[in-house]
Design a protein around this ligand. Sequence first.
Ligand code: ADP
Length: 480
Amino acid sequence: MKSLRSLIRQSVLILMAGLLLVFSVLIYTGGDALLRRFVDGRLLGLAETLATIVEQHPNIIESSGEDRALAAEVSRSEKEQHGLQEVTHSLVVFSPDGRVVWKGPEAVAQHPVPDDTVFERVRHGNTVFETVESADGTPIRHLFLPIPRQGQVRYVLHAEASMLLYRETLKALVILLTAGSGTILLVAWGGSGWLAKKVLTPIEVLSTSAETMSEADLGKRLTLDSPYQEFRRLTQAFNSVMDRFQRSGEIQRSFCDIAAHEMKTPLTILQGNLEVALLKARTSEEYREALINNLEQVGRLIALTRSLLTLAKFTSGKPPVHLVPLALEPMIQDMVDELTLLADDRRITLSFESQSVPPVLGDAQWLKQALINLLDNALHYTPSGGAVTVRLQAVGEGVAVAVEDTGHGIEPEHLPHLFERFYRTDWARAKDAGGTGLGLPIVKEIAEAHGGTISVTSLVDKGSVFTLRLPVPTHLTIPA
Ligand code: ADP
């Protein structure tokens, strides 16, 4: 497994090495160019001063080749006096055909004779620079400067300067850059180690705390004493995940408790009925009564299991809906048709009133489940002779499906709790054993998964209206 610590250190080192290399190359090439410019500029300045003197006093050269005359003239140049004395030893004046016409008093005996190509270029009026290594390996910079008279090259002035200082300076620059870069890299290596430690220590503290946390410690929270907002955020995020984890654990535990309790009641009744029935010999009428009672309890268990199975299909506590454009009217019509037999059996009038409404984005399976729960309740809690009406209408930006009954109604104090899991009104508990208290919470989850709502209005002894509202997206058409 890769370590973040070595990644940070290596990255810093590679980055620094790259930057230093680029910096060093730039400094070296820049320094080299500047030094060359300095050497050439100085050489050219001096040579031009001499050329001016030769131009002004050609007789000095032409008369005798007397070294001293030019030297004396040269020494009178106040401007470049110091520099001129320094280079006059290397001064040679050639005639355009390559003959030495004058040589400085201290010019080296083996002064270089310019080759033909150089001479040719100078004859055409060009100034030529050349670097040639001397016998002892010292680079020497040569300058060949044309001295014109009456539009023609009269003389060729040759000056030279040693580039020893230039070479030494460049060498010193390389040493300086290498030593500087090495030191910076060492500091970067140490600094990146410190930085990695600073960054990773809080993470390690968090990891160790998280690792040592067991299921029994779900109430514990991480504490990290760091001044940095990123680590504070990380700690807060971790703790809020733990909050959610703990809350969902508690919800799950209490859900299991209630579910087990809800199962225990019919099972206990079943067991009691069977024990009483077996206690002594009974008449067939008594056995029949016991069986009918047991059948009710089995019905309740089946309803509970069905609701629990529906909840088991939820992912992360929500129904996993797959939303597609959906026309509600035919779907509801089919359901009403299917339930008409049951309603007739209970002598309840079931009807469907529909307006033309736009399609919604919905999951047919889950919406059917919600409507079955509502219709099941309406038929269940409405006495014979009553009526259940389903109304589909456009309301504001959406559509509303209202399931209206003329049943017992619900007392106002129960209304805010109807959508809580396992909640049942006392009257419903007393009336029958068939309910589970899970039907309406499931409807609420389905409505919310569709971006909709479920609401209820009810009057005792008049009836109840449960309204499922679904939003209608703009520009929605149903594929043919
Ligand atoms: P149940 O399986 O008990 O019907 P629900 O979650 O579907 O569970 O309903 C919760 C409670 O709401 C029911 O026990 C009942 O008291 C009340 N209720 C639901 N629908 C109606 C209705 N149409 N008329 C009267 N009471 C109702």
